[in-house]
Design a protein around this ligand. Structure first.
Ligand code: HEC
Ligand code: HEC
Length: 288
């Protein structure tokens, strides 16, 4: 087991941040009621999306994020860190605004989302645009692959209308793409959404998943983790992000990226054939 907090504290020290004052006086929604923190986030969302993103500044800003989400934005297959590469700009902006307004609990990332480190709506717009254009890995963490016949129909009936038939999400309505996302991460989010711990979740989704058994949850998220990504979103095999050529992946001999769950059993990668979807159209479909 590595030391999940060591890298974080070192990073905080490098950035000149001490954790407790950051929590005490920099809560952007400091002491705000839930209603207030939602309007703070909404205002920031609107502002950021009205701005023209500066990709070069987004790249510079992303250096902070790369420590956890990796330079490629692929996160970790164990789901500790989600894949954010290729996610919709609107979703990234909303999550950043929500996390710092504390509408979504993320104690690990919270200090890095604060205005003092991340900046204002312009930086949010910049980094979101940068992350959205990063190519994705198809080697995301997947489920055990044992219940896909159950998962497929559940997905079509309960999820596709919002997250899209191919798990591509919906940019206009800031619904996250879940294809390519790590299975252990989506399992954790699903729990948090169902139990009301993820305060920024969609009430309609909460209703939709209310009656799901744990077997159904695992099956539908396993299915979603195997939805094929559109070829134009995929990184070539072996790709590393050329924007960070000198990135030191283990700075100062820090332990490797923290892992929460034990490594998946080795049988996990033997995937039964995926239920076939029609081929991707060669022209890109217009946004809904
Ligand atoms: C200290 C580690 C850390 C740093 C630094 C960090 N993040 Fe995160 N981020 C996380 C973790 C952990 C989660 C998932 C939390 C959870 O499970 O709810 C997350 C979640 C997210 C999400 C939500 C993804 C989704 O699918 O909803 C976005 C977007 C995101 N981070 C973007 C960023 C950006 C942009 C930066 C840099 C400005 C950044 N993060 C810096 C750890 C970090
Ligand atoms: C009514 C629309 C709706 C339906 C139906 C719905 N979702 Fe969602 N889902 C959302 C929205 C919107 C979010 C993001 C909430 C936010 O943070 O703003 C979300 C978030 C998620 C997340 C977290 C993604 C992330 O990147 O953090 C997962 C996982 C998820 N949904 C899975 C499912 C599955 C599986 C189903 C079907 C069983 C489903 N959803 C049905 C709208 C929906």
């Amino acid at each position: 087991m590595s030391h999940p907090t060591a890298a974080r504290f070192t990073l905080l020290a490098l950035l000149g941040v001490s954790l407790s004052p950051a929590f005490a006086d920099e809560t952007s929604a400091g002491g705000a009621s839930i209603g207030e923190s939602f309007s703070i986030a909404q205002a920031e969302y609107d502002q950021a999306l009205a701005l023209t993103p500066d990709l070069e500044n987004g790249r510079r800003t992303y250096l902070t994020c790369a420590v956890c989400h990796r330079p490629e934005g692929w996160g970790t297959a164990d789901g500790t860190y989600p894949q954010i590469a290729g996610q919709s700009r609107t979703v990234i902006v909303k999550q950043l605004a929500d996390i710092r307004a504390r509408n979504r609990d993320n104690p690990l990332m919270y200090p890095f989302s604060l205005p003092r480190i991340l900046g204002g709506p312009q930086q949010i717009a910049d980094v979101a645009a940068y992350v959205a254009q990063l190519p994705m890995t198809a080697h995301n963490g997947q489920g055990p692959g044992i219940d896909l016949e159950l998962g497929g129909p559940l997905y079509a009936e309960h999820c596709a209308k919002c997250h899209g038939e191919r798990g591509e999400g919906n940019e206009t309505d800031h619904i996250p793409a879940i294809a390519g996302q790590h299975y252990p991460y989506t399992m954790r989010q699903f729990d948090a959404i169902r139990e009301g711990r993820r305060k920024n979740s969609d009430p309609k989704m909460v209703k939709q998943i209310h009656g799901f058994t744990s077997r159904e949850q695992a099956a539908v998220l396993d299915y979603a983790s195997r939805l094929p990504l559109p070829p134009e979103k995929l990184a070539p095999e072996g790709w590393t992000n050329p924007d960070f050529p000198a990135y030191v992946r283990e700075p100062m001999g820090l332990p490797p990226m923290p892992t929460i769950s034990p490594a998946p059993p080795s049988g996990m990668m033997e995937i039964p054939p995926f239920p076939s979807l029609p081929a991707y159209p060669t022209t890109t479909t217009p946004e809904r």
